[in-house]
Design a protein around this ligand. Structure first.
Ligand code: PLP
Length: 386
């Protein structure tokens, strides 16, 4: 080992655990076809207009993008009916989350507050920045205890993170409760930013009832995160954005790497915003699929949590195989879902809503797995009797 010295926070770091890739599983189990329902990507693929835009602009790959991505900023401001000075685009909303932590929290001094479990980027990027991470548990039914969350806030708290609808649980609190959280936080910690991550908000049953951003009432202490990775079908292009108080947006632009949203990603995002046919079909597919998976898994005896997102959280019936074994068995059948060990929920599984055929294949596989397991249990019990 060389003499190069690594910061303390990095030595102790556990990396983000992504969903497995299709190529990995094809190779490992020698499978011709693999279905991925692990990372909440769009089940319909890439929007056709975005694919065309990427092809059309492919030969611009040698150019730097326009600094500040003004066309995309303008289009997003228009979409949300807001001042463009509020909008910051990034290499996925992950980049904006990371930026906000680095801009607002002094290493070794300040802290951030989030739920346990929650989207793992908040605590990971917090630790990388040398910022104390304080967690408050979700309620037993995975709803949010906002007063409990606020009890972790003190004069050194600079960010509070919530995800609504939540990942990995699918829970979506009513808009009024979120507005109250923002108001209470402003009272007890005026220097603290509330980050409301609405990555899955488009999928909520009623966006106006659930989204503070859609309501147009933007509290002064609040930032909203949105992404092109889910409803817009561009996870691999890496585009997300924040809607921030204008002064904070200005600091983000100063601190952001100048070209983090590349020229093809910007064109793809602009085209995806125009592809309303794709977007509507996505909404329809996800809502129908969410119902089908909820009904199907419930019929198999699984416990399914209500979800406002494009995935569902479930646990297996009692006295059957473990969540881990179920995940592994599905892999061998060419279906990737998400185990939740890295979220500290080893007994639960998360499955992204697929297209109609994928959902059917997944439910059939689950039926087989649970049935086989019942047979195995029954014959074991028989043997014990004899
Ligand atoms: C998927 C996801 C994001 C989006 O990440 P990108 O970097 O934009 O791909 C943000 N927050 C949560 C909670 C997510 O699940």
């Amino acid at each position: 080992m060389s003499q190069i010295s690594v910061r303390q926070e990095i030595l102790a770091l556990k990396a983000y655990v992504p969903g497995l890739s299709i190529a990995e599983i094809q190779q490992k189990y020698n499978l011709a076809q693999v279905i991925k329902m692990a990372s909440n990507e769009n089940p319909l693929g890439m929007p056709p207009l975005a694919r065309e835009a990427v092809q059309r602009h492919a030969d611009m790959g040698f150019r730097y993008p326009q600094g500040g991505n003004p066309r995309l900023v303008e289009a997003l401001a228009k979409r949300h009916g807001l001042d463009p000075r509020r909008v910051v685009v990034g290499n996925g909303s992950d980049e904006i989350i990371d930026l906000l932590i680095r801009i607002l929290a002094e290493p070794g001094v300040h802290n951030l507050v989030c739920f346990e479990p929650c989207f793992s980027i908040y605590p990971i990027q917090g630790r990388i920045s040398g910022v104390e991470v304080r967690r408050h548990p979700l309620n037993a039914d995975f709803s949010f205890d906002f007063d409990g969350l606020l009890s972790k806030v003190d004069a050194n708290t600079r960010l509070v993170f919530i995800t609504t609808p939540d990942n990995p649980t699918g829970y979506c609190p009513p808009r009024d409760e979120v507005a109250q959280l923002a108001a209470k936080l402003a009272q007890i910690a005026p220097a603290c930013l509330l980050v409301i991550d609405e990555a899955y908000m488009d999928f909520a049953e009623s966006e106006p009832d659930s989204s503070l951003l859609a309501s147009g009432e933007l509290p002064e202490n609040t930032a909203f995160m949105r992404t092109f990775s889910k409803s817009f079908g561009l996870a691999g292009m890496r585009v997300g954005y924040g809607i921030l108080p204008p002064s904070l947006a200005d600091y983000c632009w100063r601190a952001r790497l100048p070209f983090s949203v590349n020229i093809l990603a910007e064109e793809a995002a602009l085209a995806a915003l125009e592809d309303t046919t794709f977007y509507s079909f996505t909404m329809q597919t996800v809502r129908q699929g969410r119902n089908a998976l909820t009904v199907g898994l419930t019929a198999l005896g699984c416990n399914v949590w209500p979800s406002a997102a494009n995935f569902i959280l479930f646990s297996l019936p009692e006295n059957t195989l473990s969540a881990h074994d179920c995940f592994e068995t599905l892999l061998r059948k060419g279906i990737i879902i998400r185990p939740l060990n890295s979220y500290n929920l080893p007994g639960h599984l998360r499955v992204s809503i697929g297209n109609e055929a994928e959902n059917r294949t997944f439910l059939l596989a689950m039926d087989e797995i649970l049935l086989q397991n019942r047979h195995a249990e029954a014959s074991a019990a028989n043997r014990e009797c004899k």
